[in-house]
Design a protein around this ligand. Sequence first.
Ligand SMILES: [Zn+2]
Length: 260
Amino acid sequence: MFSWDNPDDRVAIAEMNSELQHAQLELLSAQCATHQLRLRYSTDDLARFGRRDVLRKSVQAATELSEYYTSIEKKVPSAEVVAETFKPGEDVIVEAIRRVSAYLQEQRDYFFPKGTPLSNHHKALMRLYLSAALLDRVRIVELEGKRVPNPPFYEEYRALGFMNLPEVTHMPSLTFINVIVFNERLTERALFHGLVHAVQFEVLGLERYCDLFVRGFLNTKLHFSVPLEAHAFSLESKFASASRFSVEDQVRLWVKQSRY
Ligand SMILES: [Zn+2]
């Protein structure tokens, strides 16, 4: 079973979610085709005049799919099933976006003066993926044993019904706009991941980033399935295998295609 604490597993989890999403889109198209049938023909006519072999295969496929997804649904912790029905009002969402945005700005202002620029070695490596201008603007902080605590508003939001809030303390690195703070030691992969977020902040701006993050989190209920995060993980796995590509181009493409 995957563990969220293992960096390889985090990438595998992001890949798993992209495949799950692909399967869900295919299911949706099957649902649409079935809906057309339902609108045009009665079940009596389909049962009497439908081709037996095609009907049998359809029933079999639908039954197998239903059994499979139901077996997964049964394993989802019951606390999350309750959270599934949690739909905060627009005023609560707007306030949450404001709080997250203020928090990120505060953390950025706190850590920036303590940060150091990227080393020449890291700059040379990351130049294969990022612009020199961005690499010059970023600052790095290594906490060496200390960890960033969860944001002060978490308890309040848990009480409101927000479940599964991202555990800031357990993340390898956190990007506060253009400052990347490492809870653990700096690794090239964690640095690359943090830099992807720095590009997202630059391209989207703080307000839009927070808006997309909070709404994405409320849709998926899982931090690593938020498109901003899933994209960072998929680029991280590309970083591990590809020698050169532009993170900025990838981020702008996702913005253009409204994938965040
Ligand atoms: Zn991330």
